[in-house]
Each structure stands twice: as C-alpha cells, then as structure tokens.
Design a protein. Structure first.
Lengths: 346, 346
C-alpha cells in the first residue's frame, strides 16, 4: 500500500507510492522507461481493450455493455495508483517528527476519446464539453468519500510533461489531506476577504481585466490570461467571471462555454508554439469549501518550455524569461481557425 | 533591467529577467536553444578566454594577471544575469495588487576548474575544497550589499537539469527579498525552537541518525542521508552535525571535510546511476540570520530522474516512486574507489 509522509520542516505531504515502485537500479540511465510505442492494438485505453484496465467508474456510451466498447468518455482507476481507496486516516509518528499515514485516496484516469491519435485541443467542442462534465461527475462522486479532502484534476501532454501513454487522457487524484501550500494560499485569501470584503482571486481577475494587456480572450463567463507574476513563460489561467470556489459547481451551460475557451487557448499554444508539451491543472477549493466566498477556482496551463533548476529549488523563486504582456500579445495574434500550414504562411 | 514581481495570491516573488529575455517566437519547438557545442576554444569559461566574461569578482591564481589565465577557480558576473546590482529597493503598486520592484541583486558564475571536460565529482579533493571556500568567500562579499537578503549557491549538472554550458560551473544569486516559502519554513522552525528549545533541523538530523536506515555516510562533522519525506528519488541532504545556521560560518577545516563528503555522495550517484543530471543547492539562513539557533544549513542534491507534472503543480504534493530507505541502501553499496567498469563487473 502506498504511504503518505509529512515533511517535518515544511509540513508538506509526500506520497510514497510503493505499488508503482521502481527499484533503485531502474533509475540507471538507459534503463529509464521510454514513452509507450504507438501500438494502438495494445493500448489499454483503446476501445476493445477495456479488459486491460480496472473496471470503469464512469462511461458515457449510448449502447453497449459496461466495460465494453461504445463509449466516448471513460474513467477507470489508474493501474499504478499513487493513492488507493483503502487504509486508515490515522496519522502516526513511530519515530518522533516522522509522521506518516496510509496512502488513502483515489487515482483515476479519464480517457478523453476513443481515438488513440486524437489531439485534445482539436477535438469537437462537444467532446471537450463531455470531458469537462466527466471531470465534474467524478469530482462529485469522489468528494463523497469520507476521507476525501482535495480533488485534483490534471492533464499531462507529452513526454516532457510526464505522460507515459499517448492515448488522450486526463487524471484525477483525490487526497486525504489538504496540502499546506494550498492552506496557506487560502489563509491569505481569507485574510483578504475579512479585510477587503471581497474574494482576492476575483479582484485579481478584475485587475487583469482593467489592465487588459495580459488577456488572451474573454467570453460571457470566462477569461483567459497570462498572470502578472507568471512563473513560467506562457503560463495561462482560465477563470470564471463570477464567484465560484469550486469547479464542481460549474453548470452544463458553463461547461459548454468553458470547453470553447479551453480548446481555443490550447489550440493557440498548439499552432503558435508547434504543439508544445504542457500540463494543465484545475485549482479548486478543498472538499467542503465549495461554497466559500474567498476563493475562485481556475484552470492553470503550463507549457514545458523552460527547466526550473537549482535556484528555483533553493529559493522557490522562479525565473521566467518573457514578459506575460508579450506572450499574451503573441497568443492573441495566433489564429486557430486555420491549420498550422496556413499559420506558417500568414 | 530585470524586474521582480510578487504574486498577490501566494506572496511569492518572480523574477522577470528582461535582459535574458527571449521573444515568444523563440519558444517554438525546434527553435529552442540547444546545449552549447563542445567547442572548447570558444568556451567563455576556458583559460585564455577570460575576455569573453565580465571582469572577475574572485580568482584563485598563484601567478598571472587579473582577468588572465593561471587561475584554478574563478567567479564572474553572469553575462545573462537574472538580477543586477543596480536599481531601487522600493516596491511599487502601479496597479493595486500587482506589486513589483527592480531586479536588484547579483548573479555570478563560479568556474570550478580550468578543465573544460572535468567532472565535478571526480575532481581532486583539494579542488572541490577550493570551490567550497570560493562559495563562502563570495557569500561573505555579497552579503555586505545593502540590498542583499538571501544568497543562493547552486549547481546545475546536465542539460535536463538546466545547464546550457558544459564547462564545470556553479552559480550564486543574491536576492533583495526573502522568499515567502523560506520565511514559512523558518516560522515553523522558530515555533519549534520556542516550544522544544532546540533547532528543528538538528532534531531531524538526530532522528535520521537514530533511525539509521536512510543514512548514506557520516563523518566527524557531516551526515548525508535520503530524507524521510524525500520529494524525489535519490534526493540527498548533506548537513553539519553541529548547529550552524549559515553555510558562511563553515571553517576551512570543515570545508575540507565537506569536500570529501560531497565528492563521495556525487560520485556514488555518478557510478551508481551512470552520471545522472542533477541539481544541488545550499539552503542557508537569510542574510543577517547567520547566527540564529533555529536553523541548520544543508546542501540538497536532486538527481533529475522523474518529471513532476500536473498533480505536483496543483497540489504541491510530490509523488516519488522509491522508498528513501531503499535508495539509501543502494547508495551505501556503491563503491567510489573503483571506476565505472569495475562497478559494473562487481
């Protein structure tokens, strides 16, 4: 069973996932795992191969049997989970200062399409919308677990962003702890709320809209921008324009419109930067705090363009090499209605 | 001039280094900077090419002229600095919530050897010792700057660890702010000190020694171990055995013995994992706190073996795939008195 350990110096938690353990020898260079080859026939996420995954926790299909083909979105437990839905919530200190608990939680893969070679940002609007609604459905289900404290939805695109399987998929991890860095972000937000009487994150979004120069696009419900203090070049936030602490509160109509925004932003990266690897993650309130007025969920996209190194590790200060004003301007100029060839010619 | 920006949500600072700026177009895949080719004749860090660097701030040489050859360790300002020693310490908020200040500070390169093809962990003991003493000397000098708040010494080894030049070198960055995450670590340490009456970090080291299973090696003054809650496989800490808040307080004799420990640990990684890329960084007290009793400086080594991805980004929780007990055992078993071929045969 995996294990959670709390760093006594920072109070941050670490997962020791022994079920996905590698032996020390496996880290010898050359023996490192390579990206899965494109053998669609053996891909565990492809239709027809449903038996290669644990039983599904969600599937959108019109016809067909549970754990059979016919789905267009499907969620399954990760075969190599970081956390598993068994074990105790008790925290123990067998040795003083070294606190641990069982690796209790859930780790799911959300297969975004039956199409092995699909590209998320080039999906139909409808398909992205279904993926977002599946995120919400799994959030709501996982948040009912007695141990669930935080539910993280994320997507790793490309080998340098940490993907090992190329079939389009997202991941969802439900944790039994609230990470200290999230607590601290929320402490600051609460303090601001108690002082200003408003949501800090809403005020940040409002100021970004005032300034305007870092905005990529704005719709009725959402805004996408490169934040003032971006840590990474082309780091992008997508945030709702009305107070909503948790992604789980998104309506079907909002999901529809968010799908368009998300697709557009990712397609701008795809065409503008020639299909960079990236991660995205949905920052949302902890379980039970969905209706708080001091926080705003947001989706953060980080293309893997730079390599944080020793300085970032030592200081927590990130060095970025572009002004977000400039990258936002670049993004605004990228057309997504034309293919890459038309882009290059433009 | 570079700029520092404070994230209004986390109070973390970001450096926008406009002097090393790349245009957005430069991030297009294929156009990314490649590692510098091995043309030793043009390497700005090689002896004879001193004119290719800004004037030196330190050099250990017996004979020869300032900014000429004859040195065995040399420090120079980085030609593409993240921070520069000019500008104001004033913080301004032209737009409410968006606080900025000038990118005041200093960014130096410490050239560790005249030998372009040298490998740090295979240097003579004496050479590593001289490098450590040069770190200390530059620390002491930089800490005299009125604006200096934190001095970070770090080393990036290999392209995946963020190096762009292969000639052996470390870097030193002096910042005009104390990062919030360091403040928070220190707040926890102060609280522990006020409660237990002892240094938290010293107690952590003592507990690691009690447990023993994660220790790599121990000498009269130092211990090297894989911490209980390691964030990365093979993450290694080297810490002094007596209370010392700042690396700047290290004596010449201690530097001599630290050199041996550092070389041995890095050589174990080199032979054991076949020369992995890595970062190391010296965590030390902020300027002015060198004599505090609640902190212990330590050197952290992180080989680049895994790829933190969306989950880590969203949660601050790192997933590691090895028990530090196992990796420490592996490290203890790696012989460094034999070459790699002998290792493989053993």
């Amino acid at each position: 069973m995996p294990e959670l350990r709390q760093d006594p110096a920072t109070q941050e938690w670490v997962i020791v996932a022994t079920e996905r353990a590698r032996r020390p020898e496996d880290f010898v260079r050359g023996a490192r795992p390579q990206p899965a080859p494109e053998r669609a026939g053996l891909c565990p996420f492809c239709p027809g191969n449903e038996a290669l995954t644990p039983p599904e926790t969600l599937a959108y299909r019109r016809d067909g049997q549970v754990n059979g083909p016919g789905w267009w979105v499907r969620a399954v437990p990760n075969r190599y989970p970081a956390l598993v839905p068994e074990g105790s919530q008790d925290r123990t200190e067998d040795v003083r200062l070294f606190r641990r608990m069982d690796g209790l939680g859930q780790h799911e893969v959300l297969i975004e399409s039956p199409d092995h070679r699909g590209t998320f940002c080039l999906f139909d609007d409808k398909q992205v919308e279904e993926v977002l609604l599946a995120y919400r459905e799994r959030y709501l289900e996982l948040s009912k677990q007695r141990w669930a404290r935080l539910i993280i939805v994320f997507r790793n695109q490309g080998v340098t962003a940490g993907t090992s399987l190329s079939h389009p998929h997202s991941q969802i991890i439900a944790t039994p702890v609230v990470p200290i860095n999230l607590r601290r972000k929320h402490e600051l937000a609460v303090r601001y709320y108690d002082s200003a009487g408003r949501c800090l994150y809403c005020d940040i979004v409002a100021q970004e809209l005032n300034v305007g120069r870092r905005i990529i696009l704005q719709t009725e419900d959402f805004v996408a921008f490169h934040p003032f203090a971006s840590r990474f070049p082309f780091e992008t936030w997508i945030a709702p324009l009305r107070l909503q602490a948790s992604f789980a509160l998104i309506t079907v109509d909002e999901a529809k419109r968010l799908a368009k925004v998300l697709k557009t932003v990712l397609a701008k990266l795809y065409y503008g930067l020639n299909d960079p690897d990236y991660n995205f993650v949905i920052h949302t309130a902890p379980v039970g705090d969905e209706h708080k007025e001091y926080y705003l969920w947001h989706l953060q996209i980080v293309p893997r363009l730079t390599t944080p190194a020793g300085f970032e590790m030592g200081s927590g200060i990130f060095i970025t090499t572009s002004l977000p004003e400039d990258t936002a301007e670049f993004m605004r100029g990228v057309r997504v209605d034309a293919g890459p060839r038309e882009q290059a010619a433009a």
